[in-house]
Design a protein around this ligand. Structure first.
Ligand code: GLA
Length: 368
């Protein structure tokens, strides 16, 4: 069979952080930075050979005998294969080479791109008959069952389902979604990659998830109808405040407020009210920093720096936290000057080169 080439994008999230695994709202889109996969069937029954040009390494395994590995990119690959095997017996041996224009560990979800590109390509190569939504879900299951991160569904959904020029308002409970054209006029989304990805990210991510679950469990003792934080209003949370450990209370409060912010942001976007959108982004950062406690000094520095620049309407840490990118809503004409200024200040403070790029909504995984 001929070679099959597939492109799988990373994603940004305009607003709605840590809401997805609490079955709330998010507002992501894929971006024009991606992984490119070249696939071919290799004629074996079950030998998989995957080569990552980015990592400069290869991984060969037999899917009938594979076991969890210590390297995370190996686990993402094997995790997807393992989830596919639960759903079909049509998979066979394959070769796959992966090239990347996506910065790893920068909060634009190179891992979801890896999972989605792999499952999309294998689905195509072996006619597995999986729908896009089934693939989104199986990639999330790969995170849970193989990689060991209890992630929400946002990243995989954005990498697979996005449309060019639009952002997705996704209800993570029903998976209902609305595509919203992104018209920023003179403004743009500028991503600043802090160049740090703290070790804490995965363990603290799972801890936050458990803290939210704990909140739910305690609230449910008085309100049995509550299934997730999505069902809890701020008023209800207040009545339960004395029954919750203070950390758990602050985590829950952040999530509930963040859901409200997503819907307000959509409203602002539809009205072209960018100052309001920016204000909401700043509020999200405040919450992530002080209540959800997933920021870090490098990202706080970047966000604080923007506040003296009126051309920046909003800024916040993006993604799971503890490093990665800061997303900024900024006047397009000011990008070059601002980038030079903030990169200089960041270098002086942390001795790290700041990587900057503008993010444009792009379409999801596709055959090239
Ligand atoms: C990571 C996860 C997502 C989401 C974000 C935080 O990117 O993979 O599911 O929870 O963190 O919003």
């Amino acid at each position: 069979m001929n070679k099959l080439i597939v492109s799988a994008p990373g994603r940004i999230n305009i607003i709605g952080e840590h809401t997805d695994y609490n079955l709330g709202y998010v507002l992501p889109t894929a971006i024009d930075k991606h992984l490119t996969f070249t696939f071919e069937a290799n004629g074996t029954a079950s030998i998989c050979r995957v080569k990552s040009m980015g990592y400069g390494s290869a991984h060969e395994f037999d899917f009938t005998t594979m076991e969890r590995r210590s390297s995370s990119w190996h686990n993402y690959i094997q995790g997807v294969v393992s989830e596919i095997l639960k759903r079909t017996d049509k998979l066979q041996g394959f070769n796959c080479t992966i090239e990347s224009t996506l910065p790893v560990g920068s909060g634009v979800s190179s891992s979801a791109a890896l999972e989605c590109g792999l499952s999309f390509g294998l689905n195509e190569l072996f006619n597995l008959g999986l729908s896009k939504i089934e693939m989104v879900k199986l990639c999330q299951q790969a995170d849970h069952n193989y990689v060991g991160i209890m992630s929400g569904i946002m990243d995989q959904f954005a990498s697979m389902m996005s449309k060019k020029g639009q952002v997705i308002l996704l209800d993570c409970r029903s998976l209902d979604h609305e595509y919203i054209p992104l018209d920023l006029g003179d403004y743009t989304f500028l991503l600043l990659n802090s160049g740090v990805s703290h070790e804490l990210a995965n363990s603290e991510y799972n801890t936050r998830q458990q803290e939210c679950q704990k909140g739910i469990k305690l609230i449910r003792q008085k309100h049995p109808e509550v299934a997730s934080l999505r069902d809890v209003s701020l008023e209800m949370l207040e009545t339960q405040k004395s029954r919750l450990p203070s950390t758990v209370y602050r985590r829950c409060q952040f999530v509930i407020q963040e859901n409200v912010r997503v819907l307000a942001a959509v409203d602002a976007l539809k009205k072209g009210d960018l100052p309001s959108l920016g204000t909401l982004m700043y509020a999200t950062h405040q919450g992530l920093r002080h209540d959800y406690e997933v920021s870090c000094m490098e990202l706080d520095f970047l966000v604080d720096f923007t506040k003296d620049h009126k051309e920046v309407l909003g800024a916040r840490i993006m993604g799971g936290g503890f490093g990665g990118c800061c997303i900024n809503l900024i006047r397009s004409g000011y990008v070059a000057e601002f980038t030079a200024k903030i990169a200089g200040a960041y270098k002086k403070e942390f001795n790290i080169e700041l990587d900057a790029f503008q993010a444009v909504p792009y379409h999801g995984v596709s055959i090239v």
